[in-house]
Design a protein. Structure first.
Lengths: 333, 333
DNA sequence: CGCCGTTTTGCAACCGATTGCAAATCAGCC
DNA sequence: GGCTGATTTGCAATCGGTTGCAAAACGGCG
């Protein structure tokens, strides 16, 4: 079915090496043979088999794109940007869905079998053991949306979740809220833990603030709604909630409204992510913007440099977040 | 870095063929050598290189997963289900983002280079020329969410959009609406065209109904909001709108609310897809449910059977849709 | 024209596997 | 133990490319 190197060589009347060389950057071919080969290749509709060449070159130009996050709408944008970013550099994403995988070894084996050149782990909820396992298997790894660490063992790109936690508290205080709460995502997610840490740090700085906290079971609408419903049943709500994520916030918002209370008049709400939906006029969620475009740009950049220099020492690139003022908090006094 | 067949063979004290055979289903190996090989493989942490073997077997077990739809939240679920479905059958999705690609030839070349075993085109807006180009290049193709045709030239899995158009009109009539409109997605999308066809068919059946139509520029919130804003500026709205898609509907809904009108009291709204967000209590969109789980299951099934019998004749599998009653239409009288 | 230094070329080995074929081994039976 | 037929094994070719190396061709110069 497919046209091979050999056929092109025969038609062009040159050796197979000559053909191979015309298709490899910077190889030594005369203008004449190049012309000959290109003509023959065009006639036959030839394009080199990337996998066959990977055998000798050791590069497949495939990158494992790994995630377990197929429910948060923001990840659609993440996949969009990643696939484009990789494609623009001639790389191909091999998508791996780790939603119900618990053993890193399985994934390692699979990625080995397909000899990907590198791995991007795009998740804030996947255990660190995955990224580490890939690195230990000798693959270049970038963990996007991962946890910041003083001396990370793989490249990490993301935001400073602790700083975000602090930022949220300051935003609430500035707007006059004094009884506030952290309503986080799953307690075992590092992003939740870090945001909570920042939240607590900042709360402790001011005596006048009264803080409480709880956790939803997932970063999802239903989990947010369920948790807020539970809180409302338990007793009177606080003045404002910092939610672990936008989609969680919207679930919380819906629980509040179902309870005949109003946002922001009765309860203030601030989310995190600034996903597209947060800006929809009928949602209009005040939130902390996470610069996913930059995060992904940096991730792709890091993975490509690692392809050339696999031994670069792991670094953490964190991008600043900012508050996006919308309609779920009262204005600054 | 990676362990190869040869090393395992040496350690086990057998030939390379023996090793290869222990890892291929149904090959002839004695229990003794199998034990030997398996032990050696385990010691060395060997797993066969899928790409190398693809050279001789002609199968990579990679499937091109192709889409240009990275903005509609429903596609996150689509990717989730596809990746799982493929993984469960030992296939690997190579994700291709065609968002700003217009020439099928580029994609064909790329998929050829990576010798994917088959291609799933997951899009309702991609021109038919893409699926056809892949087929002409000799790859098994399934077009999911594609257009129904009497004699399709590739497998098509999806819904009957014409029937959906009719269903929407009947739903509106049943609920007492008489002045209705179709507010479609991009006019060049086959899904839009078919839904509109169905809409018109059904409208023509009853004299008492007065219908109009217009098209948004994309299946997106902003496009829906913009189009509805334009309509409201132009003159009085009709009683109810059938929107081409849920996210479009939500944009429309927000425009209506921004105009101090209420849904469903002033204007009725019915969408299509039944994406998760449509069920959120603060959206609560009445819509036509598209069974994407079944569509994807059938798509994966079709592509796997095509791997064994590439010559099966193209068929169209269409799944029935149903109306999901929520809060944006008045109840049946 | 002959010499010398560069470029270009083809040969052949190799990347990591699979597989047809013939030789070797095994099991069963007399 | 020797014969026969069935299993198992290894050899070697192959899949579609790349690449080091030596030979061939080229270009410039005296």
């Amino acid at each position: 079915m497919a046209v091979t190197l050999r056929e092109v060589a025969e038609r062009a009347g040159v050796s197979r090496s000559a053909v191979s060389r015309t298709f490899t950057e910077g190889a030594s071919v005369s203008a004449k043979t190049r012309r000959l080969v290109e003509q023959a290749a065009k006639d036959l509709g030839y394009s080199p088999n990337a996998l066959a060449s990977s055998l000798t070159t050791g590069r497949t130009k495939m990158i494992g794109l790994i995630s377990n996050n197929f429910h948060n709408p923001i990840f659609l944008e993440v996949f969009d940007l990643f696939t484009r970013g990789l494609q623009d550099r001639g790389l191909r994403p091999l998508l791996v869905n780790l939603s119900d995988e618990t053993d890193p070894e399985n994934s390692v084996r699979m990625l080995r079998q397909y000899s990907v050149d590198g791995v991007i782990v795009a998740s804030s909820t996947l255990p660190l053991s995955f990224a580490r396992a890939f690195r230990d298997a000798g693959m270049p790894v970038v963990h996007s949306f991962g946890r910041h660490a003083a001396s990370p063992n793989v490249h990490v790109v993301g935001i400073d979740n602790v700083a975000c936690g602090r930022m949220a508290v300051r935003a609430l205080i500035e707007r006059g809220y004094r009884k506030i709460a952290f309503l986080g995502g799953p307690e075992e997610a590092t992003s939740t833990q870090d945001r909570f840490t920042g939240f607590l740090n900042e709360v402790r700085k001011s005596q006048s603030v009264e803080a409480s906290h709880s956790f939803a079971e997932a970063y999802s609408f239903e989990a947010g709604r369920a948790e807020m419903t539970r809180l409302l049943a338990e007793g009177p709500p606080v003045e404002a909630y910092f939610c672990g994520d936008d989609v969680l916030s919207i679930g919380v918002m819906s629980a509040i409204e179902s309870h005949q209370l109003r946002v922001p008049d009765d309860i203030g709400l601030i989310g995190l992510n600034d996903m597209e939906i947060a800006g929809w006029q009928n949602i209009d969620l005040t939130t902390i913007h996470q610069p996913i475009g930059e995060i992904i740009k940096a991730s792709v950049e890091l993975i490509t440099t690692m392809l050339d220099e696999p031994e670069t020492r792991p670094e953490a690139r964190l991008f600043p977040c900012r508050i996006v003022e919308r309609g779920t908090l009262k204005p600054i006094r």
